[in-house]
Ligand binder design. Structure first.
Ligand SMILES: [Zn+2]
Length: 316
């Protein structure tokens, strides 16, 4: 049996459930704080429960076939593109994943397409982007989707010019930034390396941090090809070949956002089932990176209220 006992737990089964690698960082990352050795963070007692996905009014929607809870202890790897051990999907099952957001308009279009089909995915967010668009990160969370992280500034962690501390900082500050964007709520213990480049020492590091690593089975190459027909072909040829898999897309790209309704429709028509994944425990950010992030964002740490709740236009 290829699935490690106890790692994956199916927590629900209902059909349908009622109730896109690679962008350059828009600006240089601020000077790194010295990365200390990972220390266990204090228990996140105040972690609120994530809202459930909205009730589905469309009995013919794609839906969610089942939800898997992942014990991320030791940093398991998912996606046969790189990790060949955890064969957890049944035939015709897919996991939808979206990278490089949150981003204005495009992420929201993806959210709408998912909502219209009563389905879900994992969003691997770039920390810096989350600080640009915290309200969009919150929308992803509030819609009940899983949020993982994808570094602070999308640096290729195989870059030999980066010191080990700088690589760790990319990972850790990404986590702290998404947590900051979510108003102090920790995202899941799921991580994806930029450009799917996995430096062995950082794979080991994530293991010590109990963070699961996501590669993919089917790459849409939507970061490379902005032609909807080509992207559709890559996704569905990949699925035909493998029969199932984790699909890599980008909510960052407008072409993907625009194409998603069609992708979901075809998945439904061809009998694919969407599987939701969530981590058993949220990721524990490291305090020194939380502090460095708060300093960088130059925002008061006592208030994360959105602009609309602080500044209100009133009649004279
Ligand atoms: Zn990416």
């Amino acid at each position: 049996m290829r699935v490690a006992a106890g790692l994956l737990v199916a927590v629900s089964l209902c059909v349908p459930e009622l109730a896109w690698s690679q962008t350059a960082a828009p600006q240089a990352a601020p000077a790194p704080a010295p990365a200390a050795a990972p220390a266990p963070a204090a228990a996140d007692a105040a972690q609120p429960k994530q809202p459930a996905r909205a009730a589905c009014n469309n009995p013919n929607a794609l839906g969610v076939a089942r939800t898997l809870e992942i014990d991320t202890t030791g940093g398991p790897g998912f996606g046969f593109e790189h990790f060949k051990e955890l064969d957890f999907l049944k035939d015709k099952e897919v996991v939808l994943t979206f990278d490089d957001g949150p981003w204005e308009k495009n992420t929201e279009m993806v959210l709408k397409a998912l909502a219209d089909e009563c389905t879900t995915g994992i969003f691997f967010e770039i920390g810096k982007h989350a600080t640009y668009y915290p309200e969009i990160a919150k929308k992803v969370w509030n819609a009940g989707h899983t949020i993982g992280t994808h570094t602070w500034s999308h640096e290729a962690l195989v870059n030999k010019k980066l010191s080990e501390d700088q690589r760790k900082e990319e990972i850790e500050k990404g986590i702290s930034a998404v947590k900051w964007a979510l108003g102090g709520v920790s995202p899941s213990s799921f991580f994806r390396f930029p450009a799917l480049q996995h430096p062995p020492e950082m794979v080991t590091y994530l293991g010590t941090r109990n963070i699961a690593i996501f590669s993919c089975d089917v790459d849409s190459f939507d970061f490379k090809y902005h032609d909807p027909k080509k992207v559709m072909n890559l996704i569905f040829h990949g699925l035909e070949k493998k029969g199932k898999g984790i699909i890599l897309m980008h909510d960052f790209h407008k072409e993907t956002a625009a194409l998603l309704p069609e992708i979901l429709k075809r998945l439904r028509e061809e009998g694919y089932k969407v599987v939701a994944m969530r981590s058993k425990s949220p990721v524990k950010s490291l305090p020194q990176y939380d502090e460095a992030l708060a300093k960088d964002t130059k925002l008061p740490t006592v208030s994360n209220r959105p602009l609309s709740s602080v500044v209100t236009e009133v009649s004279q």
